[in-house]
Write a protein that binds this ligand. Structure first.
Ligand code: 0O2
Length: 202
């Protein structure tokens, strides 16, 4: 049996329910003649192998408890927005939502990671609506939401790809270039926001 024990199907169900709720929130904005909240979203249940690797990396025992509660990103949804201000709009809506509660926030946008990584992370507790197959709730179910702009997302994909290439000859140079690139993209995001505001003022 995998590290998720009997909960793999529950995790898939949570992913599809929460994705649907996020789509509905976006549609509500569009129906109310406001700009769409995001450009696209991508969700996944972390593979059991990847969760085992993460638990090992963090020195957690390889148990269902670690996979579902100590790591709270078994279910993850990345919401990719056009503008930084859309991230703020979404945050406000999620903090207000009655189907989940926000239990943790990490703002890597105001305070980027030293390598240049930018994104806003939220952990949602969605336990209310889910029970396991025997009607027992194992405690809590969580979903990690990553909110970021298109620019932040393309940078993170590139950096992720490079991180997993093991035979890089000049990692320091690449790290510096990546950091420079992240900072330039961050200033482009601010410029894009200014342009949007100027258009809205017209
Ligand atoms: P994957 O394959 O994306 O799922 P904790 O410290 O326990 O509260 P955690 O989960 O260790 O939290 O760390 P954090 O900072 O919340 O980041 C978790 C996820 O953010 C990572 O998941 C990545 O998806 C993304 N992330 C964080 N830092 C970086 C970075 O420097 N570069 C890139 N490209 N992504 C980053 P996983 O589990 O590593 O992988």
């Amino acid at each position: 049996m995998s590290i998720y024990g009997p909960y793999e199907e529950t995790l898939e169900a949570i992913l599809s329910d929460v994705e649907e709720r996020i789509r509905q929130l976006n549609q509500q904005e569009i129906d109310n003649h406001r700009p769409k909240l995001y450009e696209h979203l991508i969700g996944r249940v972390k593979t059991a192998a990847s969760m085992e690797e993460k638990c090992q990396r963090k020195n957690y025992p390889l148990t269902v408890e670690s996979a579902l509660h100590r790591c709270r990103d078994a279910v993850g949804i990345r919401i990719v927005c056009n503008f930084i201000s859309d991230i703020g709009r979404y945050l406000a809506i999620l903090r207000d939502a009655d189907w989940c509660s926000v239990v943790k926030e990490k703002d890597y946008i105001t305070k980027a990671k030293p390598n240049g990584y930018r994104s806003y992370h939220l952990i949602l507790d969605v336990s209310e609506n889910y029970r396991d197959v025997d009607g027992q709730n194992p405690g809590h179910f969580y979903v990690e939401i990553q909110l970021r702009t298109i620019a932040m997302d393309s940078w993170a994909s590139l950096e992720h790809e490079i991180k997993y290439k093991h035979q890089i000859k000049n990692p320091e140079r690449i790290g510096k270039e990546l950091k420079r690139c992240a900072d330039q993209l961050a200033s482009c995001d601010i410029q894009m926001e200014t342009i949007r505001q100027l258009i809205q003022e017209d």
